[in-house]
Design a protein around this ligand. Structure first.
Ligand SMILES: [Zn+2]
Length: 394
């Protein structure tokens, strides 16, 4: 029975070892050689050689072929000190049919001693790793996607029926900054659907109630509160710097204003609306798909507009539409899937049906047919008969 030290000595006799200096030169030339880090996940995440691929020794047999090309190509393995990589190199040579394998002498420790660069990727804390573990397990999100979510700045217009589920799920998902614009206070009649608020917060500003709910789920989220109404005087200042805007506003004038400002700043808007048992959802990505004005050059007749007074809505409806908004935000931030750009999703709760309509850009759209810098302050949010519009509906 040989000892561990014997085994390592044996392995080193059977393989070729290479000095860090030579590996450094290899990486500078980049001629297709593959440098493989065989250490554990945590060790790799702390720091690794730039350009190295990661195949933990425990997964060598199952993953090495995905990381390397032809089995005759040169593969250099390294670990912390050169022992594990020697054993791994022997496995590649003897058991897996690789013919040009080497192990780096002294591992990353000697590499660092020689003063060569290492890459220190951003890491999640242990708490974050546990909190977001179910995201990290999905390949389309993974660690990279989670880091993007943590870096993301998302602005919610309205902390009401739609804003409630969106805010709660985005907070849970780890969106790093959530801005909330709402000038209202929590009212008893809100609680039928605005699940972010609660009985004991009736009378409190919705932005404060929202902050409490969000940080109750995830204290990592930075909540930026705007207890105000979005209007022409403040919109550019408020929305500038956000990556995505979630639109749950309930009136047409603000929708037009928001559209024009977001086209000018090229910020995508995830927009939903609800009435009765019906919901609509779309993503307006400036210059990629249609904008709101491409679809609705003018608002509907005031008497048909649902937006200016109190209307009935099924309590759970904003729940489903708000969660769909949250999913679109996650897709936009992480770059996964196909966001609902150029499509309008209709949900009819009474019949339980989803319909997906194609939407096209209007080449003559008064806003998005032009360059962003051509859109002036004066025309933003303006549409025919603006003042008469809500007065008639009121
Ligand atoms: Zn347009």
């Amino acid at each position: 029975m040989s000892s561990g030290a014997d085994l390592i000595r044996d392995a080193k006799e059977q393989i070729r070892e290479v000095d860090p200096k030579e590996v450094h030169e290899l990486l500078e030339r980049r001629n297709g050689e593959v440098v493989v880090d065989v250490r554990e996940q945590q060790e790799f995440e702390q720091s690794h050689i730039p350009g190295a691929v990661h195949v933990p020794r425990g997964h060598l047999e199952s993953r090495i072929e995905g990381a390397t090309g032809d089995k005759s190509e040169r593969v250099v393995l390294y670990c912390a000190s050169g022992n594990r990589s020697a054993l791994a190199a022997r496995t590649l040579l003897n058991d897996l049919g690789y013919s040009n394998v080497e192990s780096m002498i002294g591992g990353i420790a000697l590499w660092k001693d020689r003063g060569y660069d290492v890459e220190t990727p951003r890491r999640l804390t242990d708490g974050q790793r546990e909190r977001y573990s179910r995201h990290i397990l999905i390949p389309e999100i993974g660690l990279d996607g989670q880091l993007k979510l943590l870096d993301a700045k998302v602005l919610l217009l309205g902390a009401g029926g739609l804003g409630s589920p969106t805010a709660l799920y985005l907070a849970a998902a780890g969106v790093g900054t959530l801005g909330i614009v709402d000038d209202d206070v929590v009212d008893l009649s809100n609680l039928q659907r605005q699940v972010m608020h609660s009985q004991d917060r009736i009378g409190a500003p919705k932005v404060d109630s929202a902050e409490q709910a969000i940080n109750g789920i995830n204290p990592d989220v930075d909540v930026v509160k705007y207890q105000t109404r979005l209007d022409a005087s403040n919109i550019m200042e408020i929305i500038d710097g956000y990556d995505v805007i979630v639109d749950g506003v309930d009136n047409f004038p603000t929708r037009y204003l928001l559209n024009d400002a977001t086209v000018r700043l090229r910020i995508p808007v995830v927009s939903a609306s609800i009435l009765g048992f019906d919901g609509q959802l779309s993503v307006f990505a400036p210059y990629e798909g249609p904008c709101y004005r491409c679809l609705y050059p003018t608002p509907p007749p005031a008497e048909l507009a649902p937006s200016c007074g109190a209307n009935g809505v099924l309590g759970a409806l904003p729940g489903i539409m708000g969660v769909l908004q949250a999913i679109e935000v996650v897709k936009l931030v992480t770059g996964s899937g196909d966001p609902l750009i150029g499509r309008l999703l209709l949900y009819e709760a009474l019949s339980t049906s989803f319909t997906d309509l194609k939407l096209r850009r209007d080449p003559d759209c008064p806003i998005c047919s032009r360059d962003p810098q051509e859109i002036s302050d004066e025309e933003m949010g303006v549409f025919p008969d603006y003042e008469a519009f809500c007065a008639a509906a009121g």
